[in-house]
Design a protein around this ligand. Structure first.
Ligand code: S3P
Length: 430
């Protein structure tokens, strides 16, 4: 679908509670399938990526019931080794989280199967899970480090492994496989990737511990008793909220509240980065949902200045760079991001794609192998036709740029946004 968006003169005012967090929706669903008993998951994200996980689990013999209107999901768990061998390859669509987390679960279950996905997903690196899974003893074959991945049952062993790049998907894959290993698996990583898997598995009864000596990552012990089912309400997705935080910051006169947003410190880098630029974001009414900290985020329009982002902050805002790049374009002064080469291995090469798009809109952007420099002037000239490149977050970020651009912006492939945030066009009245 092609969409043309013209400048918005009205501020963003009011309040909105986003759907459940994407990472937590994936985990709650998959871990519920691996538990014994019935789980209830409220505010489940109904998007393209979670539909992929739902389809795959059904093929593995898991029964679930989804009330789409109510975002209410019930899952009948089959236990860690209860998956049935699927007749067909499991199609993970565009969802790397589905593929990488399922890989750990099917290795643990000892179920023969093939994991594959869309053309885009089949281009993304899978050697990062294949290599350590093989070190654990898994029988998994890849095609040149990419999906399809073919699994055959094999006993899994203890492992001590240091991830070369901080990644919650890889860490989660290995922690899941570790539940069926014959000894402890210690997974360390160079930065603080999201720890939702550790929190949720521990709450379900798994033995997940900090590394000793302390480091980023975790140790998982073989499962001693079945995982307990979940009864949870999921926090709102801070990665979806980020688009509205940026929108309200750059649309003059805005005052908008995002309620019940997950503010796990491994996810709040975008708040730190925007605040460092001068954004006005208040976290109010702190609470806990599904074992995760939540808060209401009140954001008011503000003038932004350039900033610098590198190191661990990059990991803590890894999905937010497309939206952040629009904020940087609207700021005055230079914004520099380094240590972010991982952005090239997401749903698209987000450095190249966003840099090309912003340049087409008249923004001064320079690309580095591991980041970019944006010289913000406080305005986006606009007046171009752009492509979302099959990337939901690029589609939404280009829409943000269009809201403040001086001339209309046309976005091809705009509907890809429904992978993670189907309500985005409605909330912004696009
Ligand atoms: C995710 C981890 C991140 C993130 C993705 C979701 C997760 O990927 O980009 O959108 O749910 O574990 P990496 O682990 O590849 O950094």
């Amino acid at each position: 679908m092609t969409k043309t968006i013209t400048r918005r003169d009205a501020p963003l005012v009011g309040a909105y509670r986003p759907e459940g967090d994407k990472s937590l929706s994936h985990r709650a669903l998959l871990f519920a399938a691996l538990a014994e008993g019935e789980s209830v998951i409220r505010r489940f994200l109904v998007g393209g990526v979670t539909r992929a996980m739902l389809r795959c689990l059904r093929q593995l013999g898991v029964r679930w019931e989804l009330d789409e209107e109510a975002h209410l999901l019930r899952v009948r768990g089959v236990g860690l080794r209860g998956f049935a061998p699927p007749a067909e390859p499991l199609d993970c669509g565009n969802s790397a989280t589905t593929l990488r987390l399922l890989a750990g679960a099917v290795a643990a279950a000892g179920v023969p199967c093939v994991l594959t996905g869309s053309e885009g997903l089949r281009k993304r690196p899978m050697d990062r899970i294949v290599e350590p899974l093989r070190l654990m003893g898994a029988d998994v074959r890849a095609e040149d480090g990419r999906a399809p991945l073919t699994f055959r049952p094999a006993p899994l062993h203890a492992l001590a492994y240091a991830l070369p790049v901080a990644s919650a998907q890889v860490k989660s894959c290995l922690l899941l496989a570790a539940l069926a290993a014959d000894g402890p698996c210690a997974i360390s990583e160079p930065g603080p990737s999201r720890d939702h898997t550790e929190r949720m598995l521990a709450a379900m009864g798994a033995s997940i511990r900090p590394l000793d000596p302390p480091a980023h990552g975790a140790v998982a012990l073989p499962l001693a008793a079945p995982l307990r089912p979940l009864d949870v309400e999921l926090p709102g997705d801070i990665s979806s909220a980020a688009f509205l935080l940026v929108a309200a910051t750059i649309l003059p006169g805005s005052d908008f509240t995002l309620s019940r947003i997950g503010v796990n410190p491994t996810r709040t880098g975008i708040l730190d980065a925007l605040r460092a630029m001068g954004a006005s974001i208040d976290a109010l009414d702190a609470g806990v949902l599904a074992g995760e900290p939540v808060a209401d985020l009140r954001v008011r329009a503000a003038a932004l200045a350039g900033t610098e982002v590198r190191g661990e902050l990059v990991v803590r805002m890894i999905d937010e760079f497309p939206a952040f790049m629009v904020a940087a374009a609207c700021a005055r002064g230079e914004t520099v991001v380094r240590d972010a080469a991982e952005l090239r291995a997401k749903e698209s090469d987000r450095i190249a794609g966003m840099a090309a798009a912003l340049r087409a809109l008249g923004v001064d952007v320079e690309e580095y192998p591991d980041g970019f420099r944006i010289r913000g002037t406080g305005r986006i000239p606009g007046g171009a036709e752009l492509d979302a490149r099959g990337d939901h977050r690029v589609a939404m970020s280009l829409a943000l740029a269009a809201l403040v651009a001086e001339r209309p912006v046309t976005i091809r492939g705009f509907d890809i946004l429904s992978e993670s945030f189907p309500e985005f066009p409605r909330v912004l009245a696009l």
